[in-house]
Design a protein around this ligand. Structure first.
Ligand SMILES: Cc1ncc(C[n+]2csc(CCOP(=O)(O)OP(=O)(O)O)c2C)c(N)n1
Ligand SMILES: [Mg+2]
Length: 277
């Protein structure tokens, strides 16, 4: 567990350095989801960094809230999909690491374009159905923002998954209570999204997404629920900006880069455990 926590600390450093280096990007949601990505890519998922687009016989992950690309790219690089030095090209002209992930850049680990919110669950369901047809014993994971649930397409997908008994899918919602324009309660109140998933027919779990033990054990528990006739959703409570005190719980850090002084303050709070890129 200490090893995983060390990795997530390094990924958090990567995130703030990448966004600072580009002077643009989304640190808030990225920092909040760093523990989830670490657990997924370094412990829970059966995946192969020697990337194959078709992902045959391996688990796959789809990032639906594509604006948190910094945590996605850092996790891919740190788990061996490409050289960590490439993280320094984030959001630069001709980089494979564009602000929102797309397949056009051919970055290993990226299987869909996301950034236009609301589409990732539909894609994940398609992949899960394909894996079922291929009789694979694998799992499809997806991540969604809570603000992203304002998109109607997500609810169509939620209904579809139940109707078609897509039970090899584990979708996680980053329930940080914040989105681009403010707290989700103010922008468009979501109510109890756990209950909403349940009444639609999903099996639900809930976890503190910033407690590594809980993230790993909840994801492992979710895996035991695969193949039981229902899609699985994890309500993940996180803190936007987690790990950098002045960014925590503040929607203003949804999509703003730290300046030089703020970067120094942030890095002082995030131990360099694996070496900066
Ligand atoms: C279809 C679509 N509508 C609007 C946007 C603009 N947008 C980008 S991020 C965002 C808020 C998303 O909130 P959430 O998923 O909770 O992300 P967080 O702020 O927690 O990282 C919005 C509305 C978009 N990218 N796509
Ligand atoms: Mg949010």
């Amino acid at each position: 567990m200490a090893e995983l926590t060390a990795i997530s600390s390094q990924i958090r450093r990567d995130i703030v350095r990448m966004v600072h280096g580009a002077n643009s990007g989304h640190p808030g949601g990225s920092l909040g989801c760093a523990d989830f990505f670490t657990a997924l890519y370094f412990k829970v998922m059966k995946h192969n960094p020697a990337f194959d687009m078709n992902a045959k016989d391996e688990d796959v992950f789809f990032l639906s809230n594509g604006h948190i690309s910094p945590v996605f790219y850092a996790s891919l690089a740190r788990s061996g999909y490409f050289d960590i030095k490439e993280l320094g090209s984030f959001r630069k002209i001709n980089s494979r690491l564009q602000g929102h992930p797309a397949t056009h850049e051919h970055l290993p680990g990226v299987r869909i374009a996301s950034g236009s919110l609301g589409q990732g669950m539909s894609v994940a369901i398609g992949a899960a159905l394909t894996k079922r047809l291929n009789k694979e014993d694998t799992v499809v994971y997806s991540l969604h923002g809570d603000g992203e649930l304002d998109e109607g397409q997500v609810w169509e997908a939620i209904m579809f998954a139940v109707h078609h008994k897509v039970d090899n899918l584990i979708s996680t919602v980053d329930w940080n209570g914040q989105q681009i324009d403010g707290p989700t309660d103010k922008v468009m109140a979501l109510g109890n999204i756990k209950q909403k998933f349940e009444v639609f027919g999903w099996t639900t779990l809930e976890m503190n997404g910033n407690d590594m033990d809980e993230v790993v054990s909840t994801l492992e528990k979710a895996k035991t629920l695969v193949g039981k006739g229902k899609p699985i959703a994890i309500m993940m409570h996180t803190i936007m900006g987690k790990g950098v005190d002045f960014m925590e719980n503040d929607h203003n850090w949804h999509g703003v880069a730290p300046n030089d002084e703020q970067l120094a303050k942030a890095l002082a709070q995030l131990p360099e455990t694996l070496g900066d890129y």
